[in-house]
Design a binder for this molecule. Structure first.
Ligand SMILES: [Zn+2]
Length: 493
């Protein structure tokens, strides 16, 4: 029987002696066993490096190839753990390959014929797996992935223009010519026609191109393609880091571009590198670093909704610094000047609430809650009224009250209860806005507002306003927009 000997150090032996010593000892044991049992050793596979994934085990890969070519009848190893180490999928590959080729696994303890004893063998493998720490498996998987990428493999979902394939057992990409034409078109339009990302997306959609994981192309998906070095045959990894925060939470952060690792992939490129380089130069000249200071925060953030589609309106800063308020859905609603909308909102508040208006003042510390003593007294009063309502029924039954008196009393109590409920709601609504409390003195709201930072302005507006519905006709003059401003329930509407 033509037999391959597979040698590999196991986890349990890792701390004792060196790989060489272990493998030498195992080789002697297995050679003795082969001679005693009439096995002809025609190949020896010694795994010297301690990679954990199948792709990091070159000797195992060699062995699998030889098995596929029908070179062996059996594989001799110390125990099945030697074969089984690695990820679940690796085991699947190894077992499948051995089974399909009708190759037996021989260990000094037991002979496994995968075609006859599938169940038993799998049971053993499963037991073995159960013993493994899940953590260790995960760690090995990550190392395997890293190794595979280092060798030019591609493991994620195929980017637009490609489909997944394998090459010498390495996961990689093959060109999807149908889509690749559109990838080239994107770069052509960007570099030679000076089109913007949105315009390119519109063009692609008009031509019937469909992205992999969305209904149609948008500005960001086009930008992602323009940035992706996969199209010139490169593979980028280490773009993100995962950081453990506390005991459970894991935060993913983007690494800065100089910390990325770029390697040559084994997949074919779609683009001419020169065209890609030109696109990057244009991209660098067009992009502006995001300005993130409190001064430029949007005072209307989270408050204004598009009347057409119901989406929250966003702030856009034009290259000249002008701030616009727009619906993120392209072409849905005409945009407006953000400061102009803000001014209109404030004028509307002034007209509706009068001046001075605000019965709220900022708390010294955001943790302090609003007038809880007032809330407690309201709750006590409410309970009293409820109790009175109950006894009312008793008094009617006992004949103390006639029906007429009962009804008028009941009516008065219900009215009082309603008032208390409203007051309670008002107090609760305000107390959950931590930044303000009910003040005895009134303050000049508008001078207070305009002197605040954008963040403070936003907080003030959110304390007063539930939502604002925005609408504007296409081509209407700058100030011709309509706002429906819904105040919080405790303010007059
Ligand atoms: Zn809209």
């Amino acid at each position: 029987m033509n037999t391959a000997m597979y040698l590999r150090k196991s986890r349990a032996e890792e701390l004792s002696d060196t790989v060489e010593e272990t493998l030498k000892r195992h080789r002697e044991i297995l050679t003795k066993y082969a001679i005693q049992n009439g096995l002809t050793i025609t190949g020896i596979y010694e795994e010297v490096i301690s990679g954990e994934s199948l792709y990091a085990r070159p000797k195992m890969l060699e062995l699998m190839e030889a098995v596929e070519q029908g070179q062996y009848d059996a594989v001799l190893c110390m125990d099945i753990d030697r074969l089984g180490r690695g990820t679940m999928s690796d085991q699947g590959i190894i077992l499948e390959t051995l089974k399909n080729a009708g190759v037996k696994i021989i260990t000094p303890r037991k002979i496994y014929d995968l075609n006859n004893e599938m169940d038993e063998t799998y049971t053993e493998f499963e037991t073995f797996l159960a013993r493994q720490e899940l953590k260790a498996i995960k760690r090995r998987m990550q190392r395997g992935i890293r190794k595979s990428i280092e060798e030019g493999g591609y493991l994620s979902n195929a980017p637009y223009g490609y489909r997944k394939t394998t090459q010498n057992k390495h996961p990689t990409l093959a060109v999807n010519e149908e889509e690749a034409r559109f990838v080239r078109l994107i770069f052509e339009l960007y570099v030679h026609q000076s089109m913007g990302c949105q315009q390119i997306a519109d063009t692609l959609n008009a031509l019937g191109a469909k992205p992999h994981r969305a209904a149609c192309f948008g500005r960001t998906s086009v930008l992602k393609i323009l940035k992706n070095q996969v199209y010139i045959g490169k593979i980028v990894w280490n773009q993100k880091s995962r950081i453990r925060h506390g005991s459970r939470e894991v935060i993913t952060i983007k690494n800065s571009e100089e910390n990325w690792t770029v390697v040559d992939g084994i997949h074919p490129p779609i683009l001419d590198p020169e065209l890609f380089r030109q696109a990057q130069a244009i991209r660098a000249s067009r992009s502006r670093p995001p300005v993130k200071s409190e001064k430029t925060e949007n005072p209307l953030a989270g408050l204004v909704y598009c009347a057409n589609c119901g989406t929250r309106m966003q702030r856009q800063i034009l290259p000249n610094g002008v701030q616009r308020l727009l619906c993120p859905r392209r072409g849905c609603m005409a945009s407006s000047s953000l400061p102009l909308v803000e001014k209109t909102v404030l004028n509307n508040l002034k007209a509706r609430l009068g001046e001075p208006v605000l019965l709220l003042e900022p708390l010294p510390s955001p943790r302090e809650t609003a007038d809880t003593s007032l809330l407690v007294s309201v709750e006590t009063q409410k309970r009293t009224v409820l109790h009175q309502l109950e006894t009312l029924h008793d008094l009617l039954e006992q004949g103390v009250y006639d029906t007429q008196t009962f009804l008028s009393r009941q009516n008065a109590l219900n009215q009082k209860l309603e008032e208390l409920k409203q007051l309670e709601f008002k107090l609760k609504s305000i107390s959950h806005i931590n930044y303000y409390k009910i003040s005895n003195k009134t303050i000049d709201f508008f001078s207070f507002y305009w002197n605040g930072s954008s963040l403070q302005k936003n907080r003030i507006l959110k304390a007063l306003i539930q939502k604002i519905i925005y609408r504007k006709q296409k081509g209407a003059p700058a100030s011709q927009f309509l706002l429906d401003i819904y105040l919080k329930p405790f303010y007059p509407s």
